[in-house]
Design a protein around this ligand. Structure first.
Ligand code: B3K
Ligand code: ZN
Length: 886
């Protein structure tokens, strides 16, 4: 907990470290009621800062009990150094020296899950961003890179497996039933990549032969009961290793690569060198217990952490302001990997829907910040959608502007030039510029300006001159600390459709010949016009194909034009996008009717359009499922000026019922065909099967709205008779949201009884109920908090129940009496003391108070103020609350 107001840290204040640490030798003695950490640091003055007097050495350290300290072998006494609650300061006497320290720490009572802590019966670590300072006194900053040797000693029978980064070099028994192991990491790394694990773990082993024919041992360590749930992660790992060789020319560099699954983890996973530590939810997957979505998440996260070995570990960040250097790039890499492994268009649709719902909301709220922030109080609060997802979009735009080949040359140059270094986003851009010969100076505004740009497009067709011009006007709303914005470089991929729906050849004014039928325009000015020549009749534009830039584009499409694009656009993403825009128009009309107290009447064109989609046997089934999914309540909130929670919910539910009724036949037919196929084939975690099940399940969710007995019977049959969690959970979710109280209660009870010992499955059980919008949601959530498997100490449980309620159940959370807000604030206050990172994350829905009516605004602000007044706040919670109220 902070004792004084946390202070802002600024990028402009960056200074290179005065000292470097060439070698780090660590010894851990792990016990049940404390642990001892001995550190030997071989240090020297940073040659980049040489000259003049030797500056003091200021090591970071928090919650450490210093037992002994020596400088070049001489024990120091308390008068030789200064200690406060976050630093140890002493005066070196020479340019080179060795520091030895011993500290006592308490992993057994570490509920913040940062530094060294216990998860169940095992010891594990999480050091990024600033957790290493809770392990020993150190220069805990990413630009200090050191060679680590680590020895771990622990009781043999409780902790038979002792792991750290790099390669195992020695091990042996010790007195008193203990044993030890030493690991050596030959690569220099910053402390945030340090890891240690000790536990009773089993492992699945495999191997990978790299492109230069080196054998790498692959091991996934889990608690014994999970040993049967590792194969999918192992397959994903091997695919990732191969893909990174083929697509980026990146080869793995150690003899062993390990993944450890732990149950208590603040986020998805961590890319520690050679020893990735994962939330078990991102490793464990098998048909019976994990959904298709969970399988895809495991594949993506395994890939993401593996890819960090180059984009993050071999080349790391100079300081934490550069976080997107590794995160944006690695998200872009994992997204491309997933696109190559599965359906590219579907992956893009999912990512864009997520970005527009969540990142756009963040970018419009009080925590908005540029992809490279210029100030923070608590760096843990900056592992955001903006740094990750928008950061990835920035990389995608560079890829789009430069083309795949030049992008690859740029990335090769970046890795070659900076291998073993801690660098900045500017270094990355420089490599891209040097390799491509393109000037990206204006483009760099994407790193420094926050907010989602708007791009308004208008058209003029000149029948005489046979020219078609598009005018783009860009603007960007003010964000905290940034009132004026300069124009961005916005790559707009587009095509022009003729009356038959074919793409026209595209020739811009001044060009002698057409250049393809889909091309990228670079919009760089506040207002800019592009003229296409040789256009025989007025075309229909297909704009921002593949969502080529993270902007809010508007073009005055009529509903008929959107339906035409849905049918004919050669860009799969834009076919979906046209459907979404059509649905948004129709839903907004219904929302208006609802607000005015009128009878709801839905435009039948939406039904017609979705009927054609359902009847299109050629269309990828996953696309059919995506197109059938109406824009979510979260997205409808994001695009509203003032979000009317109840009207949005009522309008969307009304539309779903209308569609269910009108499309019953084709939905039922599709459902039955797909269910039949599911019944007749064993579960396979592959795109075509994901597609089939996703259509089956969305069809079921519509069909159940119609209240027919045969559908209820089918749903119960699917729930009971299936070999996989995808079908079972979907049936359960549909039942939970249905009015069939008896069947619902029975299904929930039998599910919980069967899966009570599987925490990840129980998380799903909690989420399904927390997200259910039927009346009484808060009471249900409060009751579920009493369930024996629920605990606030496990982040997955907090996310599954409280997070799902506040984030995925708008009508439940935004109850007009403010009870949802009060409940969330109570949980944040409790969690602030237990786990500040989780507490701060849970707060996000309250920070969006400006989106709602004035009564709700008042209630939400009051809860933020109550949190602020609740006592000593962590820097994590303090930063989010104070910025939200500012
Ligand atoms: N780099 C880690 C995130 C660490 C978060 C620390 N609060 C996981 C990842 O992005 O791969
Ligand atoms: Zn990452």
């Amino acid at each position: 907990m902070r004792t004084e107001q946390p202070k802002m840290i600024y990028l402009k204040d960056y200074q290179a470290p005065d000292y470097l640490i060439d070698e780090t030798h660590l010894t851990f003695e792990l016990f049940e009621d404390h642990s001892l950490v001995h550190a030997q640091l071989v240090m020297r003055r940073n040659p980049a800062c040489a000259g003049g007097e030797l500056p003091p050495l200021i090591l970071d350290g928090q919650q450490l009990e210093l037992l002994s300290l020596s400088l070049d072998g001489e024990e120091l006494s308390e008068t030789d150094y200064q200690l406060d609650d976050s630093h140890l300061r002493l005066q070196p006497k020479a340019e080179r020296f060795v520091i030895d320290s011993s500290v006592r720490i308490h992993p057994e009572s570490n509920t913040a899950l940062e530094g060294l802590y216990k998860s169940g019966g095992m010891f594990c670590t999480q050091c990024e961003a600033e957790g290493f300072r809770k392990i020993t006194y150190y220069l805990d900053r990413p630009d200090v890179m050191s060679k680590f040797t680590t020895t771990v000693s622990a009781e043999q029978h409780r902790y038979p497996v002792l792991l750290s980064n790099g390669n195992p070099v020695a091990s042996g028994p010790e007195e008193g039933g203990r044993h030890w192991a030493t690991w050596e990491d030959p690569f220099k790394k910053p402390a945030y990549l340090f890891a240690l694990v000790a536990g009773d773990l089993w492992c699945v082993e495999d191997s990978f032969t790299t492109m230069s024919r080196r054998e790498v041992a692959l091991r996934i360590y889990v608690e014994p009961e999970n040993i049967d749930k590792c194969q999918h992660a192992m397959d994903s790992l091997k695919k990732s290793m191969k893909w990174d060789e083929e697509v980026y020319g990146r080869e793995y560099d150690l003899d062993i690569f390990m993944i450890v699954a732990v149950n208590d983890f603040n986020m998805g996973a961590m890319e520690n060198k050679g020893l990735n530590i994962f939330n078990s939810s991102c490793v464990l997957a098998r048909a019976e217990t994990a959904t298709d979505a969970a399988h895809q998440r495991v594949e993506a996260v395994v890939a993401h952490e593996y890819f960090h070995n180059w984009s993050g570990n071999r080349v790391t960040c100079r300081d934490w302001f550069q976080l997107s250097l590794k995160e944006g790039f690695t998200v872009f890499r994992d997204a491309e990997f997933s696109a190559d492994m599965n359906s590219r268009t579907v992956k893009r649709i999912e990512d864009v829907a997520y970005l527009r719902t969540h990142q756009f909301a963040e970018d419009a709220g009080p925590m908005a910040h540029p992809v490279r922030p210029d100030a923070y109080m608590e760096i843990s609060n900056f592992y955001t959608l903006t740094v990750y997802e928008k950061g990835s979009e920035v990389l995608r735009m560079i890829h789009c502007l430069l083309g795949a080949e030049a992008f690859r040359q740029g990335s090769d140059l970046y890795f070659a030039r900076h291998d073993g270094q801690a660098v900045t986003c500017d270094d990355f851009i420089q490599a891209m510029e040097d390799a491509s010969g393109q000037d990206l100076s204006q483009f760099k505004r994407w790193y420094t300006q926050a907010g989602t740009p708007r791009l308004a497009v208008s058209e003029v067709y000149d029948a005489q001159a046979k020219t078609y011009s598009l005018t783009f006007r860009q603007s960007c709303p003010a964000t905290p600390g940034q009132s004026e914005k300069q124009p961005f470089v916005i790559p707009v991929a587009l095509g022009l459709l003729d009356a038959a729906g074919n793409d026209l050849p595209l020739r811009l004014a001044g060009e002698s010949a057409a250049v393809g039928t889909s091309r990228v325009l670079s919009v760089t000015e506040a207002e800019q016009r592009f003229v296409f020549e040789g256009i025989e009749a007025k075309p229909l534009p297909s704009l921002l194909r593949g969502f080529s830039a993270p902007v809010k584009l508007s073009f005055p499409y009529s509903r008929d034009q959107l339906m035409f694009l849905m049918q004919h656009d050669s860009d799969g993403f834009n076919r979906w996008e046209a459907g979404q825009q059509l649905a948004v128009q129709v839903l907004q009309e219904l929302i208006g009717q609802q607000q005015r107290g009128e009878a709801l009447v839905m435009d039948p064109r939406l039904t017609g359009a979705l009927r054609s989609v359902l009847e299109d046997e050629q269309l990828d089934q996953a696309m059919v499922a995506e197109m059938l999914s109406l824009p979510g309540e979260g997205y409808l909130t994001e695009i509203s000026e003032v979000a009317d929670v109840e009207a949005i919910h009522a309008a969307r539910e009304f539309a779903r019922r209308q569609l269910a009724e009108a499309l019953f036949e084709p939905l039922w037919q599709r459902y039955q065909a797909n269910r039949e196929a599911s019944r007749n084939s064993a579960y396979v975690a592959e795109a075509a099967h994901f597609a089939r099940r996703s259509l089956q399940n969305i069809a079921l969710s519509y069909l159940m709205l119609d209240g027919k007995a045969e559908v209820l019977a089918a749903c119960l049959e699917q729930f009971e008779v299936c070999d996989n969690m995808t079908e079972r959970l979907a049936a359960l979710a549909v039942l939970v949201n249905s009015p069939y109280e008896e069947e619902k209660a029975k299904a929930l009870a039998s599910f919980a009884e069967f899966f009570k010992d599987n925490p990840l499955v129980m998380d799903q059980w909690f989420s399904v109920q927390a997200a259910c919008s039927l009346p009484g949601a808060l009471q249900r959530v409060q009751q579920l908090m009493q369930h024996p498997t629920f605990t606030l100490k496990n982040p997955n449980k907090v996310r599954a129940l409280i997070g799902a309620f506040a984030g995925q159940n708008p009508v439940g959370f935004h109850q007009a009496d403010g009870s949802g807000y009060r409940f969330l604030a109570d949980q944040v206050i409790t969690l602030n003391a237990l786990n500040p990172q989780i507490a701060a994350r849970l707060l996000a829905p309250l920070t969006r108070w400006r989106k709602y009516d004035s009564a709700r605004q008042g209630l939400m602000r009051a809860e933020l103020e109550r949190i602020l007044a609740s006592g000593e706040l962590s820097s994590d919670v303090f930063e989010v609350v104070s910025k939200s109220l500012a």
